[in-house]
Design a protein around this ligand. Sequence first.
Ligand code: ZN
Length: 174
Amino acid sequence: MAILDIVTFPDPFLRLKAKEVKKFDKELQNLINDMFETMRAEPGVGLAAPQIGQSLKLVVIEYAEEPEEEDAPMPKPKRYVLVNPEIVERSEEMVEGMEGCLSVPGLVGMVNRHEAITVKALTRHGKPQKVKADGWMARIIQHEMDHLDGVLYVDRASEVYERVLDDEDEEVEE
Ligand code: ZN
């Protein structure tokens, strides 16, 4: 496995529309493994193929929802590989939340997203799958799928801030 370089703003590559994945070969499996490794190394919770210089409709996500009770153990992260994803249902309800992006270092911004979505996609082996998500997971999926259309969260953000971190802080980076 290998850690890949992240393409950063304002590289025009991030503005391209990604192409459909057609081959589910060894090369794709290696790419997906490398994307997981790269995302964990950063660390981030989601990564889209255009962010590592591949114009492909491919997203990986790994995110553990914070438990509601303070002392509860962190649940196992949910892990998704979404190939050629398409949003087929969107809640009318929209929610604002703070997003960051590995391709836009140093900034965070408030973005309005659908609270819940249903996505049709293929698995890493080309099998159909349907993913229903709400809350943060729905936000992460919408953020990553925007990358496949050449859209960055800063295009949608109502406000963008410089990111100020202390040691305790953990921002969600996508
Ligand atoms: Zn991003």
